[in-house]
Design a protein around this ligand. Structure first.
Ligand SMILES: Nc1ncnc2c1ncn2[C@@H]1O[C@H](COP(=O)(O)OP(=O)(O)OP(=O)(O)O)[C@@H](O)[C@H]1O
Ligand SMILES: [Mg+2]
Length: 337
């Protein structure tokens, strides 16, 4: 569970005010469905306490796998009622659910290329329950959810920050693969000219390394996790445990890229942006660069922002790649109305 608060210090400049984590037990959620609400509530309460803010308004997100999207065309001059009817009809074809069990939203994406009086739009549909369970969760600890986004769109918003600071020419005309390596899964998100062109989820994550540490050094999973992050492990850790894990990660990244090339007309990527908690593993950046020959960077969505004196800058530097979604969500607060 990750909480992040951004502030606005004028002239479009943002500041990282504070952030906090809480450990979410593995069985609390399953495929984006909250299976043990009491455990999730407990984690949110704990993260909230750690955050120590007076703000109560939050933006949250749904896992990418919990939504279905479709590009649609909204005829020029359609009234609100007509649009609503159209959206319901579209949603009806997308999911086999009564419309009252569906939550939907759309975003206009500019005039249609062939028929400029019509508007391109992206329709996003999910089970209403997925939204309601998250709203209920936030409310149960006294928070006020204002925005419900989707992981992938939040990631894209954070990517804009990264493109502006970490990529040459703002990323224009270039292909960048954002590879988010989490605890249990890895999300590959390829952008060309800053537009998403490919997404895929893989089963690869840092929990494998945590488990191996626990097994090798006879620790509990919690102890292993803590020691991994702090780098307080026996001398043979690097050669015997970390290195083989990094080798397997690099191999998986390479395989994921080959999959992308074979599924699309792309043959190369200009940049690889490593994100997620595992991006901070020492040595990974160099190894990925070596193997792929693409320019490789650890994603820092806060590179353009200032940092409050309360936040430990060194800790933030190692946590930043795992805060892409949180950053994208917090930025929603500053969207033009
Ligand atoms: N500084 C660090 N050094 C090494 N590993 C780290 C560090 N920080 C986090 N991790 C590892 O990264 C993983 C968590 O990453 P992240 O926070 O991106 O995952 P998540 O988004 O919660 O999980 P998932 O994407 O699988 O649902 C854990 O395996 C954790 O041990
Ligand atoms: Mg993740």
């Amino acid at each position: 569970m990750k909480l992040l608060e951004l502030g606005d210090i004028g002239k479009g400049q943002h500041v990282v005010e504070r952030y906090a984590y809480a450990r979410l037990p593995r069985d609390a959620m399953n495929d984006g469905v909250i299976t043990k609400p009491e455990l999730v509530e407990q984690a949110l309460r704990e993260a909230w306490r750690n955050l120590g803010t007076r703000t109560r308004e939050v933006a949250m997100s749904l896992p990418t796998a919990a939504v279905i999207t479709k590009k649609i065309l909204i005829p020029g001059g359609a009234t609100e009622a007509e649009i609503e009817t159209q959206l319901s009809a579209e949603a009806n074809q997308m999911v086999a659910l009564p419309i009252e069990d569906v939550s939907l939203d759309y975003q206009l994406q500019g005039p249609n290329e062939k028929n400029p009086s019509d508007q391109n739009a992206l329709l996003v549909v999910t089970r209403r329950e997925r939204v309601e369970e998250r709203v209920a969760l936030a409310e149960s600890v006294g928070l006020k959810p204002l925005i419900m986004d989707v992981d992938i769109y939040a990631t894209l918003a954070a990517f804009e920050q990264i493109a502006a600071t970490q990529l040459p020419d703002n990323g224009q005309g270039q292909t960048a693969a954002v590879i988010d390596i989490g605890a249990y899964s890895t999300f590959v998100n390829v952008l060309h000219d800053n537009q998403p062109v490919y997404q895929r989820e893989h089963t690869l994550g840092g929990q494998t390394l945590t488990n191996e540490i626990a097994r090798r050094f006879d620790m509990s999973s919690e102890e292993a996790e803590e020691a991994k992050r702090r780098g307080t492990l026996p001398e043979n850790y690097e050669a015997d445990v970390l290195q083989p894990f990094l080798d397997s990660v690099v191999q998986e990244i390479n395989r994921a890229l080959q999959l992308f090339f074979s599924a699309t007309s792309y043959h190369s990527v200009d940049h690889i942006l490593l994100a997620g908690g595992c991006a901070s593993l020492p040595g990974l950046e160099d190894m990925v660069h070596h193997r792929t020959q693409a320019s490789t960077l650890v994603a820092n969505p806060f590179a353009r922002m200032s940092v409050s004196p309360e936040v430990k800058a060194r800790q933030l530097a190692s946590d930043a790649p795992s805060l892409m979604v949180a950053c994208g969500l917090a930025l929603r607060r500053f969207d033009p109305a």
